[in-house]
Design a protein around this ligand. Sequence first.
Ligand SMILES: Cc1cc2nc3c(=O)[nH]c(=O)nc-3n(C[C@H](O)[C@H](O)[C@H](O)COP(=O)(O)OP(=O)(O)OC[C@H]3O[C@@H](n4cnc5c(N)ncnc54)[C@H](O)[C@@H]3O)c2cc1C
Length: 394
Amino acid sequence: MTVTPPATLPVLDYFGVDALIDEESRALREAVRAYVDRRVRPDVAGWYEQGSLPVRDLARELGSLGVLGMHLQGYGCAGTSALAYGLACFELEAGDSGLRSLVSVQGSLAMYAIHRYGSEAQREQWLPAMASGTAIGCFGLTEPDFGSDPSGMRTRARRDGSDWILDGTKMWITNGSVADVAVVWARTDEGIRGFLVPAGTPGFTAPEITRKLSLRASVTAELVLDGVRLPADAMLPGATGLSAPLSCLNEARFGIVFGALGAAHDCLSTTIAYAGSREIFDRPLAAYQATQLKLADMTLELGKGFLLALRLAALKDAGTLDHRQISLGKLNSTREAIAIARECRTILGAAGITLDYPVLRHASNLESVLTYEGTSEVHQLIIGQTVTGHAAFR
Ligand SMILES: Cc1cc2nc3c(=O)[nH]c(=O)nc-3n(C[C@H](O)[C@H](O)[C@H](O)COP(=O)(O)OP(=O)(O)OC[C@H]3O[C@@H](n4cnc5c(N)ncnc54)[C@H](O)[C@@H]3O)c2cc1C
């Protein structure tokens, strides 16, 4: 039997990737895509322009969709494969990196920290509400003077009887000012420990960071802890040392491996359609060699990145994914995605600088995605150390 291939191929179909994705994960991907098409695409440019996101409403909807903490087991979480989680991140970030950030911080940072390091009482108290989106979490590790090197953190927790007193400042915290609970990492006499700080605790405030030019459809805040008194059971009992917050970051980085490619895919498919309909010198822009060279290279990078992402998902689902392998994906996906977004912008010409098309919005968002969860340079250093044996961080 001969099969007639379609005249043109959607970018990822070209790579035959669906054959590597199980049916359940594909169904979930379609459900998330349909949600983003219906609920996010019509409004996201407006949210971006206003610098706001209806976090509470979206969180409840995302909870109903089953994507909050979706790869965790029990406590109302969906318990899906890592692959399904990655594909959901791809579709969410095709809508906007701010949407995927909301889901990543909730599920991979805040919920994962409580799930893995919390007491049974802490899990029961927070996880079902967070999975349903009725409670929102944030994750406070970065400080004004310590981003890439969180080991220098100044936030301190000291004992006062059986209570803890927390003092310090966290910076650039996604969901910070809308969160019901903040997972805060602090230095103690026993090393770095994690604490659950409910919103409204006296001495705890979360002023929003404004004037952002990137991730505008996302809430970012400072966390100020001024003599915050917490009971002994506010501490995460299982988390000792910096390896605990770093393990949470690895979870979120995995989502970014797929997510950044979703943003790139949205740019590229928008641009291919635009170039097909834009007439320049009496011919479609897509018919010029100079355009096709760009589109071909971007298609190739997107497909290569997706194949790497699928491989990392397979390793994660097999339980053998090493954090140094996640660095390969986080670096590649973010670096290639931002390059694709910028190249797509050139093809759109002046139209590309507006919010009428998603391309420059994605490119601006990807500036943050390139920086958070370990900058590109930090991931290069991790890869460099892995292949040479020499640590070059200091
Ligand atoms: C929108 C947004 C949301 C965020 N959300 C959160 C959140 O929810 N929770 C949270 O805890 N944090 C969050 N962050 C913070 C983020 O993780 C940090 O910004 C990131 O770790 C980088 O830290 P920094 O900004 O202090 O940069 P710095 O660490 O000051 O880095 C500046 C530059 O120095 C480079 N550099 C660092 N070390 C080396 C080295 N050894 N050799 C060579 N170059 C080096 C970096 O790559 C970078 O280019 C968020 C950031 C943004 C922008």
